[in-house]
Design a protein around this ligand. Sequence first.
Ligand SMILES: Nc1ncnc2c1ncn2[C@@H]1O[C@H](COP(=O)(O)OP(=O)(O)OP(=O)(O)O)[C@@H](O)[C@H]1O
Ligand SMILES: [Mg+2]
Length: 310
Amino acid sequence: MPDSDAMPVVDVTDLRKRYGRVEALSGLTMTVNPGELFGFLGPNGAGKTTTVKLLLGLARPSGGGGRVLGAPLGDREARRRIGYLPELFRYQPWLRATEVLRLHADLMGLPAAGRRKAFDDVLGLVGLSDRASHSVGGFSKGMQQRLGLGVALVGDPALVILDEPTSALDPIGRMDVRAILRHARDRGAAVFLNSHLLTEVEQVCDRIAIVDRGRVVAEGSLDSVLGESATRIRVDGLAPAGLAELVRFGEPRFDGQELVFPGLPDERIPDVVVALVGMGVRVRAVASGRESLEERFLELVGRSRAGAVA
Ligand SMILES: Nc1ncnc2c1ncn2[C@@H]1O[C@H](COP(=O)(O)OP(=O)(O)OP(=O)(O)O)[C@@H](O)[C@H]1O
Ligand SMILES: [Mg+2]
């Protein structure tokens, strides 16, 4: 019996999915580890929801395969240990919030004992305690999404898959969701977060994959995907000889307007500026930091598309 603590929660290789002439997934490979908050990012139509459907066994791959919670894709027992909030969530309007949870608990095969407390806990977590016995028909869209999040968390699933969980939520709701996701992770669940809200992913995820046109174009920790920080200095009048002198500070790149020093320690910035001014170069702006996830995302997706066209 393999050690389930060390085994990846999701491990898929070369997944393919074709819908008629559209290739939604064209060789998608990725790994999600236990206890990880994993962000799955990509532009519209990249294949995020299709991936989720394959992980849940709601659709069959046209090629490739893999395992979820140690079982082959689509395994019914593994499915019971996965909580899921779909992209397009809708609940029967005549059901009360607790009845929605009960239906789901039945599907998961959750024992009757302890259900009441589990429902109370989950409704408290998603901020719907005072609506427990209200029918869903009277819920706002955001309240329905909160309930959906509760459904995905009930019964302490080992893997929680959320497809755009904050699409209907206001900024407060989004902040609440970040806290809820961390809470689920801290209880030992792996969380698979499908999103195109980059700031959201940047704030909570341990690791990310960026998907475009059905394949992963980058995967790793946020640090490894974003790369190290760099100092950017906008200058006028820097000659090649001057640039050559600057190598004593690192490995600068220069595009004619902006000098980029990857990994330059902050305390060396004044020295670089003094050196530039000493050469008669005009320094117009200095900024330090790493690229935002948004910049990196646009760069990676742009590069993947340029490759596809070539
Ligand atoms: N049931 C389906 N029938 C036909 N084509 C489909 C089906 N589901 C998805 N596709 C196609 O597969 C591609 C990927 O769609 P998918 O829904 O996985 O994208 P997504 O990354 O979730 O996008 P979004 O951010 O807009 O939700 C798209 O070109 C889409 O039109
Ligand atoms: Mg989608």
